[in-house]
Design a protein around this ligand. Structure first.
Ligand code: ZN
Length: 417
């Protein structure tokens, strides 16, 4: 058989199976119990927005998500789902299907990037909500609550068990510890993972960006700014290293990035600092590029130290640069022909959503790296200013995002007669 014919057959098969899935979604949406879930969304989207505002006002800095988790647990309990908190801090509500050996996990992260003490009060102006974390990830959590409530109230019976969860440790130095624990605990039972992160309903994140994060600390002997002048300075050495790495040419393909995010050091204006540190985030679509970036970063820091020692004529002094890992996220990619992707696309087709494929660093990274089908989707509505105190969310059109998540979840779980 020639290649063109094989190509034609493959295209035919793909079109045929997509068509079949689209028909399935249409039938699913018309099922009276499923229609009840959809109806619930139209009736209760303001309630979902209220939940979002309340969650967003409960501080949830990295490693301190338990108060927000407790509120989430209460909303799951009120939806008639039995919820519990695992030893990692994840809030888990299971809705058993007829086949408990197969699980669809719908999860949103509880944590925010904002440290304790940040004013997280929410200002509401009509459909617009403003406050740190209002989109990332109060929007995702509210969507999981809305989906859980809509599905629970509709009394639809499913084949697979649906697990709704709020997990810890997605942001910053959490190193995905929440999703790691969930994947470990459900193991081979996980048929699909839907991570709901942020707002919007027009993207499908199918590729997890790999990242490596470090704290680099340079230490020296320090001293008095006047009497010890000429001794190597840990802050200057660190700054030299940062400037050196900043000329590293990051490729467009594979897309890669770096960020020096937090810098600390020194004790007083008239002391030569004995210690200085910086936190850096390296990302790439490819592990191989990430390895190159890490090695360039290590070289840059060593060269910065050498230059500082040479400049201060303190050749006998040492100024060690110590790298401490703050976490590594594995890369992963959902196959183009995955049934999960086909389901999402068919639901989008049914709802009239023109979605685009995206790459990002989310809770989906970990299951994808383990070969478990996973996507990250937005919770609906619109948002912006993520990871800044000027973050905002607009609830206009949030129903569409909620319907999308409910239909995808039910299609994957399989509705039983
Ligand atoms: Zn997020």
């Amino acid at each position: 058989m020639n290649l063109a014919r094989i190509g034609c057959i493959l295209i035919f098969m793909a079109t045929f199976s997509t068509r079949a899935t689209e028909d399935l979604i249409e039938k699913l949406a018309q099922d009276p119990r499923c229609a009840r879930a959809i109806d619930w969304i139209d009736q209760n989207s303001d309630w979902v927005t209220d939940q979002q505002a309340r969650l967003s006002e409960i501080p949830a800095p990295e490693f301190d998500e338990s108060r927000r988790g407790a509120y989430l647990k209460k909303t799951f309990d009120q939806a008639g789902l039995k919820a519990h908190v695992d030893k990692t801090g994840n809030v888990i509500a299971e809705r058993p299907g007829s086949n408990p050996k197969s699980v669809v996990l719908v999860v949103a992260h509880l944590d925010t990037v904002f440290p304790a003490g940040t004013d997280v009060s929410v200002k509401r102006k009509g459909t617009r909500l403003e406050g740190p974390g209002i989109s990332d990830n109060a929007a995702g959590l509210a969507a999981v609550i809305g989906a859980a409530r809509a599905i629970s109230d509709s009394r639809v019976a499913t084949g697979k068990t649906i697990v709704f969860a709020g997990d810890v440790g997605e942001e910053g130095e959490g190193n995905l510890r929440g999703i790691r624990a969930l994947v470990e605990s459900y193991g081979a039972r996980l048929a699909a993972v839907i991570a709901v992160d942020g707002a919007s309903s027009d993207h499908i994140t199918t590729q997890g960006i790999a990242s490596r994060r470090f704290e680099i600390r340079i230490t020296g002997s320090g001293g008095h700014s006047w009497s010890d002048f000429g001794a190597p300075n840990a802050i200057t050495a660190l700054a030299r290293g940062i400037v050196k790495f900043s000329s590293y040419r990051v490729p467009d393909e594979p897309r890669s990035s770096y960020n020096f995010g937090v810098i600390e050091g020194g004790t007083s204006v008239n002391s030569i600092p004995a210690s200085a540190s910086v936190k850096v985030d390296l990302r790439s679509e490819e592990e191989s590029e990430l390895a190159k970036m890490e090695s360039a970063l290590r070289d840059a820091m060593q060269n910065g130290v050498r230059e500082e020692i040479a400049a201060t004529h303190a050749l006998g002094d040492s100024l060690p640069a110590n790298f401490r890992s703050l976490g590594a996220r594995p890369a992963g990619k959902l196959a183009e022909n995955s049934p999960l992707l086909e389901t999402v696309r068919s639901v989008d087709q049914y709802l009239g959503i023109r979605s685009r494929i995206e790459r990002s660093s989310t809770d989906a990274n970990f299951p994808l790296s383990q070969g478990i089908p996973a996507v990250a989707l937005g919770g609906g509505g619109k948002g912006g200013g993520s990871h800044t105190t000027a973050e905002w969310y607009d609830a206009t059109g949030r129903e569409l995002g909620l319907k999308r998540i409910v239909l995808i979840t039910l299609a994957l779980a399989g509705v039983q007669p």
